[in-house]
Design a protein around this ligand. Sequence first.
Ligand code: ATP
Ligand code: MG
Length: 333
Amino acid sequence: MPASACLMNPMTCSSVNLLLRIALPVGCADSSLLPWYGWRVAGHDVARDAFLNAAAPQALPAAELAQRYAQLAAEALQGGAPSSSAGGEQPKFSAHVETPDGPRHVLVKFTLPEDNPVTARWRDLLLAEHHALQTLSAAGVPAAASRVIDHAGQRFLETQRFDRVGALGRRGLLSLAAVEAEFVGGAGAAWPELTQRLATPAANGKEAVITPEAHAGATLLHAFGTLIGNTDMHAGNLSFLSDSGRPYTLAPAYDMLPMAFAPRASGNLPDTPPPVHLRGIVPAATWRQALALSADYLGRLRGEAGFTQGFGRCVEGLEGVWREVEGRVGRMG
Ligand SMILES: Nc1ncnc2c1ncn2[C@@H]1O[C@H](COP(=O)(O)OP(=O)(O)OP(=O)(O)O)[C@@H](O)[C@H]1O
Ligand SMILES: [Mg+2]
């Protein structure tokens, strides 16, 4: 990013600087610009050089993918793979691979290479996440492109990274957790409550932090997640893209799955989704849209042969929730 762009877009610039502050040695500043921009320009110049001279990463060939994923998973579990550091609780690694869409940077979540009821449930959940992302994409709701790869009893959920462009390019991604901490300070509130505040221009005339479309999209994802038993919609599981500065746009959906069925620490495997609380902040039209999406989702789960038998009860539980919520949404008029 040229220095002038930094001035016009301080938020994007400061995220770049934060990365560079960690990565750069002291003493490489461009002194002619220092009076204006301080040490930050050093990062800009060095990063640009590094970018211009970087070798394009080689994509893992499709034929070797499953075996390489098993290796990368083993390394990630040992903490050995330097590219395995995406946030989140579940084990994962990143890779650059040949996909049916061409070479792509991907994030890969995986199950342990063991066969027991707990790993079986995680296999079910990775497949359920794949179908949730597919359901959204098929309906025109932006969601990470995904595929499931099974190998030697292990399941891999690969999602294409939407914060990468081509082999070397990046897009600025800001989590709702980061954005709300900076601009709202309402940690723990539901997505639509936070995004409504972020989409509202400040009283002093300052423009809104996110677009109205980002708020509408977050509200729909919240409603869909509520209907499919996603009990893990924390502020790290929704993000914004900062391509052209503020107001930010909504990033594609990710980490959308019925976490209500995740194994408990005790080893218990829940199969009953929690009761649904219909938040009044979500418009009736959005609940109806989410009902249509979740009906499609449940149909996909029903038609999927790759789930364990036990997961059938989870799907039945979600169908019961769906029917009950449909009745209540009908009352909204
Ligand atoms: N397709 C993607 N493209 C770019 N970034 C992504 C993508 N999927 C996930 N991420 C980023 O990686 C982080 C971890 O991914 P994800 O939320 O799916 O993992 P998790 O372990 O299930 O998280 P949690 O702790 O919420 O359970 C996300 O918070 C998001 O910042
Ligand atoms: Mg997550």
